[in-house]
Write a new protein. Sequence first.
Length: 71
Amino acid sequence: MKEIIEEKYITLFGQLQPFHDIRRTNNILNVPAKAGTVIPQRFLYPQSEVDSNPNTPSPLPDLFSKTPVNN
């Protein structure tokens, strides 16, 4: 499994799928975090989304807290 994820990481470098694989597998490839020591679990909500979407969670979740799908 690790070799498959590694090849996928190399092939799709610069796209979103490797980010999802890293966080879903608890960073099995040991990719270093760009800043700090923890890989973020979600993206930021842009202010335009917060202003226009009533379904945006309130309060906004922390970037580093695990999502239910990744537990």
